[in-house]
Design a protein around this ligand. Structure first.
Ligand SMILES: [Zn+2]
Length: 305
């Protein structure tokens, strides 16, 4: 192209050559401006820097990056509770465990928070349930109870006169105290947000004394915590504790396991199983076989079901 332009210049009169020279310069300027404008109009997704900045500028919650059909019990709980765990006034730990005030919500050792065993060998957990629930809500909650009681010696029974009992209410959020705290203790299952039998079973397992699976003392052998992806002021939700693991294997499928994106700052994973990062973690259907096994061991069911 340069050769053609030079040849043309030599064959033309001076004033025509000047005109042509200016025209070519304008052409180059036009091409340059066009290239610049084209680069500006590229989709932002092609710019990793811009994309990262945009991602970091927004706060994401599980429903932003987990399809509803893929959400496990804890994802659903965190979605309902998100307005609570960003508020400083509500003492929720790990997203859905309420401190009793009289003791740490996490320390629940030995018999200190177990429901007592009856003389017949069964463990009866009395409950009352709020009249605000409709029939479907009650069926959902009772299914969560049945998923536990049908395979263990723990039986949820309507309260008659007992001093210690669960008071199941549709308060704001899905949450529970840890273990038996004495007297009336609230289990909040907000309708409709918490109306999943797996969510009910999750909160009931807290009331029986179980913490989240990834809080286990041996969790670092089984999952990696990606601290850099966790919302700044929510890293305390990933502490591990000196737990009694009841000689059971770490259970990725526990209904008590956080989801892969729990408390994610920008949509990146916060928990990754290892060594196989693709193992599914958590679920929402109800207690896993190991969850049931652990209840049987903690309450010394001895085969009574
Ligand atoms: Zn929980």
């Amino acid at each position: 192209m340069t050769q053609e332009v030079t040849l043309t210049l030599h064959l033309q009169p001076r004033n025509t050559r000047t005109y042509t020279y200016v025209t070519i310069k304008m052409l180059y300027v036009g091409i340059f401006v066009g290239l610049v404008l084209e680069s500006w109009s590229l989709p932002v997704q092609n710019s990793s820097l811009v994309h990262q900045t945009r991602l970091r500028s927004k706060r994401a919650y599980p429903e932003h990056y987990v399809k509803p059909e893929d959400m496990n019990a804890m994802d659903k709980i965190l979605r309902v509770n998100q307005c609570m765990y960003v508020s400083r006034g509500f003492p929720l730990r790990e997203g859905d465990i309420l401190s009793s005030g009289s003791r740490s919500a996490i320390i629940c050792l030995g018999d200190s928070c177990r429901w007592p065993r009856s003389v017949d060998g069964f463990v009866y957990v009395p409950y009352i349930i709020s009249p605000v629930y409709d029939d479907m809500d009650r069926i959902t909650i009772e299914t969560g109870m049945l998923d536990i009681s049908s395979a263990t010696c723990v039986k949820f029974v309507p309260r008659t006169h007992q001093a210690n009992f669960l008071n199941i209410q549709s308060r704001t959020g899905c949450w529970s105290y840890l273990g038996m705290i004495g007297g009336s203790q609230t289990v909040s299952l907000q309708s409709p947000g918490c109306m999943w039998s797996g969510v009910a079973a999750h909160e009931l397992m807290h009331a029986l004394g179980f913490v989240h699976e990834q809080s286990r003392s041996d969790r670092d052998h089984h999952v990696s915590i990606l601290w850099e992806n966790i919302i700044d002021n929510q890293r305390h939700n990933f502490k591990k504790y000196e737990t009694n693991n009841l000689n059971t294997a770490y259970d990725y499928s526990s209904v008590m396991h956080y989801g892969r994106y729990a408390f994610s700052e920008d949509g990146g994973p916060t928990i990754i199983p290892k060594p196989d990062p693709y193992i599914p973690i958590g679920q929402r259907d109800g207690p896993s076989l190991t969850d049931i096994h652990k209840i049987n061991i903690l309450y010394n069911c001895g085969g009574r079901v």
